[in-house]
Ligand binder design. Sequence first.
Ligand SMILES: Nc1nc2c(c(=O)[nH]1)N[C@H]1C(S)=C(S)[C@@H](COP(=O)(O)O)O[C@H]1N2
Ligand SMILES: [Mo]
Length: 249
Amino acid sequence: MIRRLTRRRLLTTAAAAAGGAGAVGLAGRFGLIPPDHHGLYGAGETLTYASQRLLTSGGSRAREFDRADISPVAPVNGPAPTTEEYVRLLDGQFADWRLAVDGLVARPAALSLDGIRGLPSHSQITLQACEEGWSFIAEWTGARLASVLELVGAAPQARYVFFFTFDGWFESIDMADALHPQTLLAYGMNGEDLPRHHGAPARLKVPRQLGYKNLKYLTRMTVTDTVAGVGRGLGGGAAEAGYSWYAGI
Ligand SMILES: Nc1nc2c(c(=O)[nH]1)N[C@H]1C(S)=C(S)[C@@H](COP(=O)(O)O)O[C@H]1N2
Ligand SMILES: [Mo]
């Protein structure tokens, strides 16, 4: 007999997950503890992450919109880097850019933009929401992160994918988001090449999470089974700055 988790049971389980040390242990056993959980604040983080993960375990999708909904203006948060290396790559139309992919992969790679463009291309019209309260709808085009992970042969024990950028940002997402069909390495926006200030040559689009997880100006990806050892071990720069590692919407 198939045991179905009812919504009520999901919520009870999630509430229990935040309830105390024993329950947090239980949440841990089911892979429901985010890497930045700690202390009292941590109980709240675990509740949000655990309930989102349980409620979305069927692979639910972020809402997709029509072309007519695309926002006429797309604000920028974090303009393009001005480092010598980035400017040189930009001037060369990113012909020399390579996305390093390493860590728990069978075939570490240095992917060119053409290499990523050569993977099956997908477009989605989704909302990008910044934690500061503004949002916009745009069409994003790119390769599924899942295709890239398949290409490099991500190991079965992989639990997180870290992303590093030319302007020093770093963030990780778990495999549920990494393998989700709407999670893209995007190189196009609204039918054009990804504009410079929106993350050229390629950015992460993870539309089920807030803007700050959607890293721009990518330079490297690492597949890991732990967030320990990267920065302060909280899974990314946002968590180190006091934001939630998991920014599900
Ligand atoms: N590398 C990098 N990625 C980044 C940022 C940044 O400053 N640098 N800003 C983040 C934040 S807070 C948001 S809301 C979105 C903004 O994306 P946009 O500039 O395309 O609107 O990108 C995110 N990714
Ligand atoms: Mo943001």
